[in-house]
Write a protein that binds this ligand. Structure first.
Ligand code: LMR
Length: 328
């Protein structure tokens, strides 16, 4: 019965990308935690599946499981190694158990905007970092960008000190924890699927996420307002198991990797527009967005940027320097 219920739940949330796989086709399962559509990652996963299902018809078949219906981000990493799924795209903040180098991407106020992020993704340093989890069985196929993050709480936040004494949900990231502590708040690591409920029942007072997540998960409905802090990047690693990838027939692998590469480029090109659309969607739905004056923004930078030094040894000064250089 449990299986029947699980399959029923998946069928209800199944997006267009849920293909009918034919006998003899290799099944590629892609599990992620965000909305199936209207979200940079949801749309990229769908595009990836559409292309594989068309261009590799008869050879491979991709099924996408969005919205944490199959696995959350912790479990999906184990599932990759067990062969229960072949693709995932957890945020780079969720790799603490596998590499500390990705702490780079969580440094507050590291990137000025999404163009800077794209420039960094093209650097040799970022390309090397794609393979930072290879020794534990994973291969990074590409970075999928998802926008800068904004803070929200159950009271207005204009200065970091407004967050003092509040509890914020964070991803499984020690950098985020240090950042919240620098505001005088406390941090609670929670799975993405639990955030709405935790905000609604006031288990936590606030959260930080991209416009797309705040809109598609309706966090704005259970918060006083969103403050446009743009304080941190949300980006994903499109990741697979090295054993699975190495086991593919070389021609199949080449075709699959080419599609992955092209989908990554296409997806990253429309992220800024998608984020702006979801920011507007929040306003249209009656949500409150607070913009910061330059002085207020500087107060956030001053409070949070000192956490960089705590993590420099884990990340490597050369990687930090390359990311900073991408801003200019
Ligand atoms: C989060 O947990 O807030 C994000 O990593 C979710 C996501 O995949 O965007």
């Amino acid at each position: 019965i449990a299986t029947a219920i699980a399959i029923g739940a998946m069928a209800l949330s199944a997006p267009a990308a849920m293909a009918q796989c034919d006998d003899g086709e290799m099944v590629i399962k892609f599990s992620h935690v965000v909305a199936a559509s209207g979200h940079p990652k949801g749309d990229a996963a769908t595009l990836f599946a559409e292309r594989v299902n068309k261009e590799m018809n008869g050879i491979a078949c991709m099924e996408v499981f969005p919205n944490s219906t199959l696995f959350d981000d912790d479990k999906v990493m184990e599932a990759l190694l067990l062969g229960d799924v072949q693709l995932a795209a957890p945020s780079l903040a969720k790799f603490e158990a596998y590499t500390l180098k990705y702490r780079l991407f969580d440094l507050p106020f590291l990137f000025a905007d999404l163009d800077s992020v794209s420039r960094f993704f093209d650097t040799p340093e970022a390309k090397d970092l794609l393979l930072a989890t290879q020794d534990v069985g994973y291969t990074g196929l590409g970075y999928w960008s998802s926008g800068l993050k904004q803070f929200s709480a159950n009271k207005p936040l204009l200065l970091p000190s407004d967050g003092a004494g509040l509890k914020f949900r964070i991803q499984t990231s020690d950098v985020a924890e240090a950042m919240i502590n620098a505001m005088g708040g406390s941090a609670q690591k929670l799975a993405f699927s639990e955030v709405y409920g935790a905000l609604q029942t006031k288990v936590v007072d606030g959260q930080e996420n991209s416009w797309s997540n705040i809109y598609t998960q309706k966090f704005f409905e259970v918060q006083d307002g969103i403050t446009e802090t743009n304080h941190q990047l949300l980006a994903y690693l499109l990741v697979t198991s090295t054993e699975w990838l190495d086991g593919l027939d070389p021609a199949v692998r080449d075709q699959f990797l080419k599609i992955a590469q092209e989908v990554t480029v296409t997806a990253n090109a429309s992220v800024a527009e998608q984020e702006a659309r979801n920011r507007q969607n929040i306003l249209d739905a009656g949500g409150t967005i607070r913009e910061l004056t330059p002085e207020q923004r500087q107060a956030w930078v001053d409070a949070m940027k000192p956490v960089w030094t705590q993590f420099e040894d884990d990340i490597g000064a050369d990687n930090i320097a390359a990311a900073v250089a991408a801003n200019t």
